[in-house]
Design a binder for this molecule. Structure first.
Ligand code: PGA
Length: 257
């Protein structure tokens, strides 16, 4: 297995700039020794610059939570990939279910944002996942594969290999309900199979598939030990340095690399 585990913290709309700097400083110290894991944090857009500065020359990458697909223009309130890059981030989360359900982002928007991220040199963390209704009606797999198909439609194999996919069942986000390790593994294996069918085989081998949805220190190890779970996208537990670091440590300890 050659995929490095990737743990990313999505801070959502939490933390002032001062608080974000404090958390970044704490993580810089507590995560310093976990060299076999890739780590990223996604502060609010306002704090990307300050957090990136604090985390320069550390093992922690910075991500945006969202971007607009256009390069610039009359899009009040939005930020572009180039702006995110210039503030110091390397990654951008695209298609988070909160962006889809609360702010109406469609699969086509997600496709354009992914294309735009690559144009500006950002690495996308592409979120996919089904709602509870979709799971209960048996359409979870087809929903997720369709989200992937549209989002990744324009990518070259090299670009596809550089995408991190975050499988986040909507019913598990912020609810304290986690997918069972079997449910996560099944969907991740299905995603990898889809990659194998649609790209040259190196893509499926390389793409990292994170699980997201109520990942906590107590359930991280068992989820991360599944063969196709290559990391986690963490919300609530990423807001505190102890709990986030415990998840990073669980990744380091699974030693799958
Ligand atoms: P959660 O959020 O860990 O609080 O469930 C995960 C996410 O939305 O990425």
């Amino acid at each position: 297995m050659s995929r490095r585990l990737f743990i990313a913290g999505n801070w959502k709309m939490n933390k002032t700039v001062t608080e974000a700097i404090q958390l970044a400083d704490a993580l810089k110290r507590s995560c310093m020794d976990y060299a076999s894991v890739d780590i990223a944090v996604a502060p609010t857009s306002l704090a990307i610059g300050a957090v990136s500065q604090r985390l320069q020359h550390t093992n922690i990458f910075v991500s945006a939570q969202h971007m607009h697909q256009a390069a610039s223009g009359a899009y009040t309130g939005e930020i572009s990939g180039e702006m995110i890059r210039s503030a110091g981030a390397e990654y951008v989360i695209i298609g988070h279910s909160e962006r889809r359900s609360i702010f109406g982002e469609t699969d086509n928007d997600v496709q354009q944002k992914i294309d735009s991220a690559f144009k500006t040199g950002l690495l996308p963390i592409l979120c996919v996942g089904e709602t509870l209704e979709e799971r209960e009606s048996g359409s979870a797999f087809s929903i997720v594969m369709n989200q992937l198909k549209v989002a990744m439609a324009n990518l070259s194999p090299d670009q596809a290999a550089a995408v991190t996919i975050a499988y986040e069942p909507v019913w598990a986000i912020g609810t304290g309900k986690t997918a069972t390790p079997d449910q996560a593994q099944q969907m991740h294996a299905e995603i990898r199979q889809w990659l194998l069918q649609n790209y040259p085989s190196f893509v499926a081998k390389q793409v990292r598939i994170q699980y997201g949805g109520s990942v906590k220190p107590h359930n991280a190890a068992i989820l991360l030990s599944q063969p196709d779970v290559d990391g986690a996208l963490v919300g609530g537990a990423a807001l505190n340095s102890d709990s986030f670091t415990a998840i990073v440590k669980a990744a380091e300890d699974t030693n799958k690399v």
